[in-house]
Design a protein around this ligand. Sequence first.
Ligand code: FE2
Ligand code: FE2
Length: 77
Amino acid sequence: MYPGVTGLPRPVNNSHDHILHGITTFDYGHTHSYYAITGPAIDLPGGMHTHYVYFETNEVDGHRHRVQDFVIPAAMG
Ligand SMILES: [Fe+2]
Ligand SMILES: [Fe+2]
């Protein structure tokens, strides 16, 4: 899975973050939902940026998943 940004940028400490929420796609036969707040913007070449995010999904079928990833790069707006 590769979390997508679903929330508008929220200004924070001369940077911004985003609220992420959605449904996981990496399981067979069940899904988990998640809600997380990203870290601040990380600049990339070409005027793009990404954000680090870490979260745990909700519990389904007796387990939860820990996800650690970078969100899909976007143009700095
Ligand atoms: Fe699972
Ligand atoms: Fe962003």
